[in-house]
Write a protein that binds this ligand. Structure first.
Ligand code: XMP
Length: 541
């Protein structure tokens, strides 16, 4: 475990988890594309859920005192030499287990059944027949379901022979689709209950949660806030904390939560990296101070960041330098505060880390691959003498928005689009210069304004401009021009793990394009990005 995480667990007291996190479901991740969706679906039933890598030690799982464990899907075959594995003890804890897809195959393989390559890969919709003796009602998992269901599959291997003690609950044309061992409380489906395309998937999951696990539906925003505030209070005692605030939803919700627990013993630091959007530093600072009543120090460090970026074109190098400079600025401010502080030691650092940040950045250790280094995770805590407070670490963005609403945050904060820590530096391809930053800021402001005017801002995940170092020929008035290109990127997404480009109405595109070319000096051409993620990422760098 990383030092920061170990510190955090230790600070949370016995068992290391907050009360609201106990009695939920631990989802063990085998690298499946739907793992987060499983956790989300469980929370939608007001049952807390946390995702851990499949390699998590049993003791770490037990800290949650879970009512159930779900084993996710995954891209591997149990016969691969590097096939992901759990500790087989998870099947013998007496805690109900639900294996989904690869999870079912791993259970079968581990308990002595047989898994084999399917002759025909099952992908997409299939028909399931619940053909066990006694029909659906005889199984706690299928109770209330009809005996024929349309389900969603995505697997290349399937279960050929069940492990001893199991019975098959249903079949598709090609394979065993579900099985159970009620005595050991182990259940499994070859199909994905978490995917909307599976009929009655939610009911099956509810059956597992409430019939099998006897979980209590007690996870709500209000309960989360109350318990988090209480836990922070107990943890920090009379010490002080600092927070790197960006004005985005995550760090603002985290700061407001912690502020509730410790008032002005929390000092927030908001750094102007020079890579923010038009007027963003001033308006955000005003909102944080005047409307949210947070204690915020605004630091204008633009020159330092721009100096660091001189001559740098590689995106990951830009991220590294911005991350490093950010730590330097932050550390200086913390030192200043510490030196001038008469009211107690600053011992904690608050971060608005969300679950998807954790998974995208640390997944090198688990089954899925890291795509980009997102600098708002990692970095800071390792190098500083602070313990972490990360109240949102197990949550998804929409859950954080709900918590923010419950905390009374203004809607403009809650609906704000995500903005990357390295800011405009990763939306300006090639070297970052002051002139190009001005150009990009103006173009970006037009995109956002027109998206708002069209009533689309709250419907899309992100909408922004990217400045390309590509010059093309244009004609303005009677003159030939040779100017820059702006790409417009508007995407829909649930959690930024996948995204679709938005089919914007032609008149909106037209207004954006006309305004940018007319109002932003130096730009001759506007293009619209029609790539989805995957294969494209949301940001261009
Ligand atoms: P990608 O481009 O990886 O973006 O599809 C997924 C989400 O993450 C944001 N993003 C970042 N956030 N630091 C951040 O704090 C970064 O370096 C970074 N890169 C991308 C992006 O805006 C999108 O919401």
């Amino acid at each position: 475990m990383a030092e920061g995480a170990a510190k955090q667990v230790a600070e949370r007291g016995q068992g290391g988890r907050m009360k609201a996190e106990l009695g939920g479901v631990v989802v063990l991740d085998f690298g499946g594309q739907y793992t987060q969706l499983i956790a989300r679906r469980i929370r939608e039933q007001q049952v807390f859920s946390a995702v851990l890598p499949c390699t998590a030690p049993v003791e770490e799982i037990q800290r949650f005192e879970p009512a159930g464990i779900v084993l996710s899907g995954g891209p591997s075959s149990v016969y691969d030499s590097d096939a992901p594995k759990c500790d087989p003890k998870v099947l013998a804890l007496g805690i109900p287990v639900l294996g989904i897809c690869y999870g079912m195959q791993w259970i079968t393989h581990t308990l002595g059944g047989k898994v084999e390559k399917a002759e025909r890969r099952e992908y997409g919709r299939a028909q399931l027949k619940v053909d066990c003796a006694g029909g659906p009602e005889s199984s706690p998992l299928f109770a209330g379901a009809p005996s024929a269901l349309r389900i969603w599959n995505s697997h290349g291997d399937h279960v050929r022979a069940l492990p001893a003690g199991f019975r098959a609950l249903g079949h598709t044309e090609n394979a065993v689709a579900a099985m159970e061992d009620c005595k050991r409380k182990i259940y499994a489906t070859q199909f994905h209950v978490e995917v909307k395309h599976t009929d009655r998937g939610t009911e099956l999951l509810r059956n597992f949660l409430f019939n099998v696990c006897k979980a209590e539906p007690k996870w709500s925003g209000a309960a989360f806030i109350e318990e988090t505030v209480e836990a922070i209070r107990t943890k920090v005692g009379s010490k002080r904390a600092i927070c790197a605030l960006s004005g985005g939803v995550d760090s603002t919700v985290a700061a407001v939560l912690v502020h509730r627990a410790m008032g002005d013993r929390l000092t927030n630091i908001f750094v102007n990296t020079g890579l923010l959007r038009k007027n963003e530093f001033e308006t955000t600072l005003e909102m944080l101070r005047d409307r949210l009543k947070l204690h915020v120090i605004g630091v204008d460090a633009s020159d330092r960041f721009l100096a660091q970026l001189k001559g740098i074109t590689d995106p990951e190098e830009k991220r590294r330098r911005i991350g490093r400079e950010f730590i330097a600025v932050f550390a200086e401010q913390a030192q200043k505060l510490q030196a001038g502080e008469a009211h107690g030691e600053i011992a904690y650092l608050v971060q608005g880390t969300l679950y998807p940040d954790v998974i995208e950045s640390v997944s090198v250790k688990g089954p899925s691959a890291t795509i980009k280094t997102h600098h708002n995770v990692g970095g800071l805590p390792e190098e500083m003498p602070f313990a972490l407070i990360e109240p949102l670490r197990d949550l998804f963005k929409d859950e954080v928005r709900r918590i923010g609403k419950e905390l009374g945050l203004p809607s403009e904060v809650l609906v704000k689009h995500p903005f990357p820590g390295p800011g405009l530096a990763v939306r300006l391809l090639g070297e970052v210069s002051r002139t190009h930053l001005v150009t990009l800021r103006e173009a970006d402001a037009i995109v956002v304004e027109e998206i708002r005017k069209a009533g689309l801002y709250e419907k899309v995940w992100q909408a922004f401009a990217v400045l390309l170092p590509i010059r093309s020929v244009g004609v303005m008035g009677d003159f030939r021009t040779y100017g820059l290109t702006v790409a417009v990127r508007v995407v829909e997404s649930d959690d930024a793990m996948t995204a679709d480009w938005v089919k914007l109405p032609a008149d909106v595109l037209e207004r954006i394009s006309t305004r940018i070319v007319n109002e932003v000096p130096g730009v001759t051409r506007v293009v619209y990005d029609v790539s989805s993620k995957p294969p494209g990422t949301i940001e261009w760098e």
